[in-house]
Each structure stands twice: as C-alpha cells, then as structure tokens.
Design a protein around this ligand. Structure first.
Ligand SMILES: Nc1ncnc2c1ncn2[C@@H]1O[C@H](COP(=O)(O)OP(=O)(O)OP(=O)(O)O)[C@@H](O)[C@H]1O
Ligand SMILES: [Mg+2]
Length: 308
C-alpha cells in the first residue's frame, strides 16, 4: 500500500495517485485535514514499531501494510467548523495542538519509505536555518542579511553596492530587486512589522535540479524576470551540470534526508553556481512537460520500493 499525504483536490497529489493506480498499485490518500472527524488513527506507541492503523474512509490500513508515503501536503483542520461547534480561540488552539502532536509524533515514528521524512519537511519550514546549514557545510550560498533594523539594512546595501534583492524569510511573495526608493525612511519603517531577507543579487540564470533517489534532472529556467515564477513564458531547457555541482546536489539531498527534492540554484555572470534552497515537496508536472524528463515515473518507482 502506498499513501499520498495530501488530497484528491490537490493537483500533484492526484497526479501521482492516478499514475500509481494505472500501474495497479494499491494507493490511498492520507488527508490530515480529515483527522480526527472522519478518518481515524489507532496507534500503540509503546508496543513494537508500526503497531496500529489508519481508518481512511472506513477502510482499516495497518501501519505494517504501508510500503511508502509520498508527502505532498499536510492539511490542517478547522475543527470547530467541522464539528459545527463554537469554541474560544484558546480551546481551538489547544485542540489543534493536540491533533498536530498526534499526527507529527506518529509521522516521526512510522517506519516506511517516506518521500520525504518529516525531518526534511520541517527543516524547510525554517528556511533560513536550512540556508545556515548550507553555509556551514561549505556550499556557496548568497550573502544574506535578515533584519528589521533600518540602519543595518542601509549599511548592508552600501557594502554590497546596492546590488541586492529582497524577499520574505519563509516565502509567500516573489523576489524583488532592491531600489533606492526601498531604502526611503517610509519603506524602511514598514520593516518594523517583521524581518526581511536581503541577499546579494545573483545575475545569471535560474537552474532547477530535481533529485529523485539516485537520478538527477537539471534544467535551466530562462526567465525575463528576477524571480522566474513571475515570467509565465519562462523556457525550461535541460542542461548538464558541472560534475562538482552535480555532486554537491546529491550531497545536499543526502544531508537533508531528501529522497525527492527540487534544488534552486542561480548562476552569476562570473560563472559561479549559488545554492538558494532545497524544496522537500516540489511541484514538478509543469517542469516535466517542458523538459521531457520522466520525473513522475522515477518518483513512482521510488515509491514502489519497500523500506526494509
Ligand atoms: N539572491 C537572489 N538573487 C537573484 N534571484 C533570486 C535570489 N534569491 C531568489 N531569487 C529568485 O527568486 C526565486 C524564488 O526565491 P526562493 O527560492 O528563495 O524563495 P521561494 O521560491 O519563494 O520559496 P518557496 O518556493 O519555498 O515558496 C528563485 O528561484 C530565484 O529565481
Ligand atoms: Mg524557490
């Protein structure tokens, strides 16, 4: 049995589900948004490993039957809305904390072929820490300041010849080139509401590298905008990476326990390759269609493998 941690309403979850079904694999969705109201968990954490089961749409699936789990998206749940009850925000907070404590503890303990394990997913929820680990382990990453202190931001801009970008620490909006107007008192004042991430501007091409098990699929994303996602007509062209960079990509996947990842790299006009991040649950179907790389098939082959 293969589980898709996600939902039939989410494109990539459904895509992988359908692909596996076509290959006559036993596959089900594990939608954490349905727990605890419609789906159930029975877990004996003090018994032997994998003692327990999920009940998904009334069907009992023993933990021992699970070959692998594809982690696409962990849905949270609005428990009050589901149960049609009114609760104070504190009660609702406590209920959600309990749900997360159950599912997350189980996800750490459940032994199967996780693509990817909870450790890898959660590391990316603290993206700046992932960047820190890359830097500490000798990978070339963009020079970075995370700050809400206008004096330090101006100093960093001066030191880097005003050749910077800024973006959120965790994500949620696109990367922008820092302009002189961004350094006006009004703009800088707005950073008081939260820290922002400033980085040296990488002036080369975007490269997205998918690693699926021991396979690598690198392609250039030729975009007209600083953040390739802003250019709907960006071209995706397969490339061969220098052997050293290819080796580093595998090392990153290994270091972060990522069996499947989309690594973002950007080059500089001086020929350097700079690592931006390693995504633990990347979208890939659009990339696959343009590059003609067989990522879905390789991912599904990986999911068919037993853990033990
Ligand atoms: N220092 C930089 N210099 C130039 N371009 C950058 C820089 N950092 C990011 N970008 C561009 O912006 C894109 C998005 O940045 P990044 O990957 O850091 O965040 P994100 O994609 O928003 O994160 P997530 O995918 O988790 O939402 C990069 O792929 C790249 O095209
Ligand atoms: Mg990214």
């Amino acid at each position: 049995m293969i589980l898709i941690l996600g939902s039939e309403k989410e494109f990539h979850s459904k895509y992988v589900f359908e692909f596996l079904k076509q290959q006559n694999e036993e596959v089900e969705y594990l939608n954490t948004g349905k727990f605890p109201v419609s789906d159930k968990i029975n877990w004996f954490p003090t018994d032997s490993v994998n003692s327990g089961n999920f009940v998904i749409d009334g069907k009992k699936i023993s933990f021992n039957e699970i070959k692998s789990i594809y982690w696409r998206w962990q849905y949270s749940v609005d428990i009050c809305k589901l149960l049609n009850i009114k609760a104070s925000s504190y009660t609702s907070f406590v209920m959600n904390k309990e749900i997360a404590a159950t599912t997350d503890s189980l996800f750490y303990a459940l032994k199967c072929n996780w693509v990817n394990p909870i450790e890898a997913i959660y590391l990316h929820r603290t993206k700046a820490y992932q960047l820190f680990l890359l830097a500490q382990n000798g990978f070339r990453v963009p020079k970075t300041l995370i700050s809400n202190d206008s004096e330090e931001i101006i100093k960093f801009a001066e030191e880097n010849n005003y050749d910077l970008i800024y973006k959120p620490v965790q994500g949620g909006c696109h990367t922008a080139i820092l302009t002189k107007d961004d350094l006006s008192a009004d703009r800088l004042n707005s950073f008081k509401t939260g820290a922002v991430q400033f980085q040296e501007k990488l002036d080369g091409t975007d490269i997205r590298v998918y690693i699926v098990g021991d396979k690598i699929f690198p392609a250039e994303i030729r975009a007209k905008t600083i953040d390739f996602r802003s250019d709907k007509d960006a071209e995706i062209v397969p490339v061969k990476l220098p052997p050293e960079i290819e080796k580093q990509c595998f090392k990153i996947a290994d270091m972060f326990k990522l069996k499947f990842t989309g690594i973002d790299i950007k080059t500089k006009s001086n020929g350097e390759y700079v690592f931006i991040e390693a995504n633990p649950s990347p979208m890939f179907v659009g990339f696959e269609r343009q590059s003609k790389y067989n990522i879905t098939e390789t991912l599904c082959e990986l999911l068919k493998k037993e853990y033990r």
